[in-house]
Design a protein around this ligand. Sequence first.
Ligand code: C5P
Length: 222
Amino acid sequence: MDKDKIIVALDVSTIKEAERLVDILSPHISVFKVGMELFYSCGPKAIDLIKKRDKDIFLDLKFHDIPNTVKNSAKAVTRFGVFMFNVHAQGGADMMKAALEGAEEESNRLGIDRPRILGVTILTSIESSEENVLNLASLTKESGIDGVVASPQEAKAIRKALGEDFLIVTPGIRPEGSEKGDQKRTATPREALDAGADYIVIGRPITKAKDPVKVIEGIQIS
Ligand code: C5P
C-alpha cells in the first residue's frame, strides 16, 4: 500500500508553520488537510500554498447549518479547487443534499472536477455506539454524498453495510508508540486500512514530531 492514502492534518495557525510542514512533507504526501485552526487563522492563503505545490486539499470545516447556507458555502469552497470537503451528517439529509447541489452546480459552471464530499458521523474524540455511527453513515449515503469521516473502529461495519463505492476516511490514527492525546477511538494505520479505510488522517504524530519524515517512513502500510 502506498503512502498516498495518508492525509496529513496541518493543524497549525501560521502560514510559516504550514509552509514548513508542506515543504518537508510534499515529497512523501499527496493530500493535506486544512482544518479550522489553519483556515480561520490564515484563510485562503493556506489553500494557495498547498495548491502551488500541486498537492490535493481536504478542507475540513465540517459544515453544520441550514441547507441554503451550506449550499452556498459548498459553492465557495468548490471555487477553491479543493479535492475534498466535509459536512456534519448530523446536519441531516437535506443539508447534505444541499452541499452536493452547491458543489455540483459550481463545478459544472467552472468546468472543474466536483470536490468529494464527506459526512462526519461522530467525532473520534467522542465515545459512541456503532449503531449510531452506522445510522449516520447510511443517511450520508442516501443523501448522495461520497463517503464518511469515521473512526477506524467503525470502518469495517460501514464498509460491510454500505459497500465498496463509498469513501471512508478515518482520523484518530496513532502509529505504534505515539501518544493518543484527546482521541479516544484510535487505531494504527495498518489496522485502519485493513478495516476498509480509503484514506487515513494523521495530525500530531507527524506534525509534532522532531523528524516528521521519519515518522512517515516508519509507518508500515504495505
Ligand atoms: O492530531 P490528530 O491525528 O489527532 O488529528 C486528527 C485530525 O482529524 C484533526 O485535524 C481533527 O480535527 C480531525 N478530525 C477528527 N475526527 C473527526 C473529523 C476530523 O479527529 N471525526
